[in-house]
Design a protein around this ligand. Structure first.
Ligand code: NDP
Length: 244
């Protein structure tokens, strides 16, 4: 059975941790990045050094905000290798600022890269996944900001709330096809993205009094990808040290 999983934004951070964790669990992985091909290649080498069932881990490179590029690369990959079992929509960006200071580009870039990517990545994949007539898994990455808002993140909160709603709707459409769609909502996790945000004031707002590790998000994603999670769909599950 083809149980390949595509993880977007897996050159670093949470996506890299998810890809490595799933590879260790035995899933063939398709990595993805926008610009940092060398970092993605290093992840591929790490995966290929594990005891692998399949050959070289391949890397797809495209901008998730570019609809045409997403479709072209994904359709070519499906043509060559078939549709994946799972997709983890993880790639994302922040462009933080108080609302009066947010530029139009700050707004647009965050909406295009986080929310539009839901359509851009999943639309070319969903019907090929359905046509496999096998169980499938879609996991999207939201954020605590999409659940309760966050100062300086009106753009990001809007995009992540949109991902939550879109994931729930797609879950309803795909449930009878045995394809689950769930959303993982991390709190503050130690990555390049959150570097500037980890401060004593931020940590004081977290009941666990620490930032999370990418591996702690990856463990939940692995569970949602497993056959045992077949009856869990349309859910938003937080990994946030008790923030909400
Ligand atoms: P990082 O900034 O560490 O990594 C982002 C990843 O996304 C990279 O692989 C990057 O590729 C890729 N990416 C960014 N923009 C694009 C684009 N336009 N097209 C294709 N790929 C792109 O982020 P994190 O690991 O911290 O975040 C991962 C996900 O988790 C995001 O959706 C984020 O919103 C979410 N999240 C993170 C939290 C945190 O505290 N870190 C908290 C809550 C949610 P490249 O290396 O090529 O640039």
């Amino acid at each position: 059975m083809n149980d390949t999983v595509l993880v977007t934004g897996s050159s670093r951070g949470i996506g890299k941790a998810i890809a490595l964790d799933l590879a260790r669990a035995g899933y063939p992985i398709v990595l993805h990045c926008r610009s940092r091909l060398e970092e993605a290649q290093a992840v591929a080498n790490e995966i290929d050094a594990l005891d692998r069932r399949t050959g070289n881990t391949r890397i797809l490179q495209f901008d998730v905000a570019d609809r045409g590029q997403c479709r072209a690369v994904l359709e070519a990959d499906i043509e060559a290798h078939g549709a994946p079992y799972g997709v983890v929509c993880n790639a994302g960006i922040i462009r933080d600022g108080a609302f009066p200071a947010l530029t139009g580009d700050d707004w647009d870039d965050v909406i295009h890269t986080n929310l539009d990517a839901f359509y851009n990545v999943l639309h070319p994949l969903v019907m090929p996944m359905v046509r496999r007539r096998q169980p499938g898994r879609i996991v999207t990455l939201a954020s605590v900001s999409g659940l309760m808002g966050n100062r300086g993140q009106t753009n990001y909160s809007a995009a992540k709330a949109g991902i939550i709603a879109a994931s729930k709707s797609l879950a309803i459409e795909l449930a009878k096809r045995d394809i689950t769609v769930n959303c993982v909502a991390p709190g503050l996790i130690e990555t390049d993205m959150s570097d500037a945000a980890i401060s004593p004031e931020a940590l004081a707002m977290i009941p666990a009094r620490r930032a999370g590790k990418p591996a702690e998000v990856a463990a939940l994603v692995r569970f949602l990808l497993a056959p045992e999670a077949a009856y869990i769909t349309r859910q938003v599950i937080s990994v946030n040290g008790g923030m909400c």
